[in-house]
Ligand binder design. Structure first.
Ligand SMILES: *Cc1c(COP(=O)(O)O)cnc(C)c1O
Length: 429
């Protein structure tokens, strides 16, 4: 008998966010189509979390596949310092047209963490280039901006970052303005802004993903941004998760009246096909790096910066984002989630149901809520046994599906979550 994928994997692979000693063997996936994943053992899973929030149009989308294949036969890669190419230029042109009109420049990297690193380096150097002492950053409590050191620094200090704590730079954290806590968050920011030492405020707009799909209103974000702008503190809008339809509109920015200084994208940018990150900025940020002095340039880059194949995947994804079907799907999923939320609210075992656009999160009422609580693993495997991929964050289960998911598939996901609730009601945790 030939060895299975998971047997071969267990000898050579090291998986992310996985305790390799105790984790069950990974599931070998051999094919994806629409919202479905097919295993080497003949099982089918509905990908209700878009494979870590990246896959927005469904798996193995033929239009993306075709554009990527074409690009591979034309130009697979070229150095992006001193050279440029059509996919990078076209993507920058098209992306900027969709963003708030103050966004004027596109800087390419490889993932969400590096998109955040670049925004922070640009923000810090913006002040440095002007000879001004603004060196500190403000972030939300509970935030998550990635796993590289800078991104970890502006993220919630947690058990995940504990081994590195002495290398993380100092950041001031303010409470998230969840409903009922708006005033607390605003006054915390106001108090900090009295000190003139802050370079930037970085935030996940409307939804803090990793924190457990913690949600707050666009109105209060506008107020926070206004305060920053009054005090000339730069705003970094991390749309790595919320970008490309998640919140029910193309971008979180489309819910806001204020415009940020920087925006960060990755995840849905290529439709979940290729690794690519983008940081956009305003003209005045860009201008602060212009000088006859070469040391005022941004010294940051990656070997694969603006990879043409990744850019063409993003272009193909944008083709789909700009089709009328895209907004129809967003509306359809938003409505389905709302109905499901209504059904669940007030039922035994349910503490809270939250929704923003195509994201719905159910917080179960349990005693111990830590990430390592074994309820999380039980729920995860319960879902898999029901043919659904859901990755609970502790006692919080969320649905964040590819927009091509059918009503029938959504119903199966909802039924699985209802099954989880019944399990909790019966066993009590
Ligand atoms: C996932 C995520 C990141 C990090 O992106 P990676 O591509 O995983 O490095 C940053 N910010 C937010 C809001 C995210 O959800």
């Amino acid at each position: 008998m030939p060895k299975s994928l998971s047997e071969r994997d267990s000898v050579v692979s090291w998986h992310p966010y996985t305790q390799m000693q105790t984790a069950p063997p990974p599931i070998g996936i051999v094919k994806g189509e629409g919202a479905l994943l097919f295993s080497d053992e003949g099982k089918t899973y509905i990908d209700a979390v878009s494979s870590w929030w990246v896959n927005i149009h469904g798996h193995a989308h033929p239009h993306i596949a075709q554009r990527v294949a074409q690009q591979l036969q034309t130009l697979e890669h070229v150095i992006f310092a001193g050279f440029t190419h059509e996919p990078a230029v076209e993507l920058a042109e098209r992306l900027l047209r969709l963003l708030p009109n103050n966004q004027k420049r596109v800087f390419y990297t490889d993932n969400g963490s590096t998109a955040v690193e670049v925004a922070m380096k640009m923000a810090l150097q913006y002040w440095y280039n002007q000879g001004k002492e603004r060196t500190k950053i403000i972030a939300f409590e509970g935030s998550y901006h990635g796993d590289t050191f800078g991104a970890m620094s502006v993220s919630e200090r947690s058990i995940f970052t504990q081994p590195f704590r002495q290398y993380l730079f100092e950041v001031e954290f303010i409470p998230v303005p969840i409903p009922g806590k708006e005033a607390e968050s605003l006054s915390a920011l106001k108090a900090l802004l009295r000190q003139n030492e802050f370079a930037a405020f970085i935030y996940e707009p409307l939804v803090l993903g990793t924190a457990g799909m913690v949600m707050y209103s666009p109105e209060v974000l506008d107020e926070l941004m206004a305060l920053c702008q009054e005090h000339e503190v730069l705003t970094i809008q991390d749309e790595v998760m919320t970008g490309f339809g998640r919140t029910g509109k193309r971008f979180s920015a489309d819910h806001l009246t204020r415009q940020p200084d920087f925006m960060c994208f990755s995840k849905g940018l290529t439709g979940g096909t290729m690794a690519l990150g983008v940081t956009t900025s305003t003209h005045s940020i860009y201008e602060s790096f212009l000088s006859l002095d070469k040391t005022k340039a941004l010294f940051h880059g990656h070997s694969y910066t603006a990879n043409p194949v990744a850019c063409s995947a993003a272009l193909a994804s944008l083709d789909l984002v700009e089709k009328p079907q895209f907004s129809k799907d967003l509306e359809r999923i938003t409505r389905a989630h709302a109905n499901f939320a209504l059904e669940l609210k007030g039922k035994a075992g349910v503490k809270e149901v939250r929704q923003t656009g195509t994201i719905v999160a159910i917080e179960f009422a349990v005693g111990d809520t830590s990430y390592f609580h074994n309820l999380r693993d039980q729920l995860y495997h319960f879902a898999l046994d029901n043919g659904v991929l859901l990755r609970p964050l502790g006692n919080i289960v969320y649905v964040l599906p590819p927009y091509c998911i059918t009503q029938e598939q959504l119903d199966q996901v909802y039924a699985t979550i209802e099954g989880m609730r019944e399990l909790i009601e019966k066993n009590g945790f």
